[in-house]
Design a protein. Structure first.
Length: 95
């Protein structure tokens, strides 16, 4: 089964998780050419919010502000991150 169809059928919703990259993840040229989910490049220490997961992959977005929308979302290996649960206790309004 192709990775793309495997991910599409197995990604589950998971909210309120903030991850921190513990390894650099630089997708290979072959991975970047595959159809389907975009690969999210990670650098050590980069914060990422996840929205879905499978057994070996997460789908989420980078919280680094200087990334374009095209570069900010994608899949990445779970083994390259450390998970931290968080809870929002208050929200400030923008002025």
């Amino acid at each position: 089964m192709a990775l793309v169809s495997l991910l599409s059928s197995t990604l589950q919703t998971k909210t309120n998780y903030l991850l921190s990259a513990i390894w650099n993840y630089i997708p290979s040229e072959d991975e970047l050419k595959q159809e389907g989910h975009h690969r999210l490049q990670l650098l050590i220490g980069e914060p990422v919010h996840i929205s879905r997961q499978s057994e070996h992959w997460y789908y989420g977005h980078s919280l680094v502000e200087d990334r374009s929308d095209d570069e900010a979302f994608g899949i990445f290996p779970r083994a390259f991150t450390s998970t931290q649960e968080y809870r929002i206790t208050s929200v400030r309004s923008a002025r």
